[in-house]
Write a protein that binds this ligand. Structure first.
Ligand code: ADP
Ligand code: MG
Length: 224
């Protein structure tokens, strides 16, 4: 049996302000380990809302979301916080870097929080990731001083430091030039195929989406 990292069944999501509106309608799909998947759809189709649920940041929904075999619905906040730090890497627009900390410290932080690596090992791993993403020369700078594209690459390095089972992103290459977008794409491709890490990325880039293993397309809150 294939290892299902994400299993979503019968998910409905409503917003109540200014009036009740069903944003996600009976969403069901699963993703096996090592898949590089793209989540696509027009603006307003529900992509960010779905990703927010899958990332366990929003717990208000109907249905079932299983990540690595664990039902996340109904779990208490501290359990979810630990689960996220161990198993999920994010590159989200709402998930900002700490502007007063250096790039290096931002990347190290999730590893130090997890407590499996020594400070020295975390520094080494963070440096390696920054190098892989072409921003090692920015390591000692406060992230407030970096360009949007550099910040995005630091955020990707931070998302990868705990070797998460699943990496989720909302337009993770949206601020990057084509060279660096290609670099990030190739890195995601490599870690999914070589390490078996699962990647789910919202993208508007048709070409990017077509080159992934799997496209999940939303139309008006439903899987097309
Ligand atoms: N917090 C919220 N309250 C009310 N409506 C929301 C909220 N967040 C998103 N929506 C609405 O839900 C729909 C889907 O939004 P979203 O998931 O952000 O779409 P996408 O990311 O595909 O552009 C849109 O109609 C949006 O206006
Ligand atoms: Mg969105």
């Amino acid at each position: 049996m294939e290892d299902k990292v994400l299993e979503i069944a019968g998910v409905n999501k409503y917003f109540y302000n200014p009036q009740q509106m069903q944003v996600l309608k009976d969403i069901s799909f699963s993703i096996t380990a090592g898949t590089f998947a793209a989540l696509t759809g027009k603006s307003g189709s529900g992509k960010s809302t779905l990703l927010y649920l899958l990332s366990t940041m929003d717990t208000d929904f109907e249905g079932s979301i299983r990540i690595h075999g664990e039902e996340v619905r109904g779990k208490p906040g501290p359990w979810l916080a630990r689960f996220r730090n161990e198993h999920i890497g994010f590159v989200f627009q709402f998930h900002y870097l700490l502007p007063e900390f250096t790039a290096l410290d931002n990347v190290k932080l999730p590893a130090l929080k997890r407590g499996r690596l020594s400070g020295e090992a975390a520094t080494q791993k963070a440096c390696d990731l920054l190098e892989l993403l072409g921003v090692k020369d920015q390591a000692g700078k406060r992230t407030a001083l970096l360009s949007g594209g550099q910040q995005q690459r630091v955020a990707i390095a931070r998302a990868l430091i705990n070797d998460p089972l699943i990496i989720m992103g909302d337009e993770p290459t949206g601020n990057l030039d084509s060279y660096n977008a290609g670099l990030v794409f190739d890195l995601f491709k490599k870690i999914s195929s070589e390490n078996g890490q699962t990647i789910l990325m919202v993208t508007h880039d048709e070409d990017f989406a077509r080159r992934t293993d799997r496209m999940i397309h939303l139309v008006d809150g439903k899987i097309a």
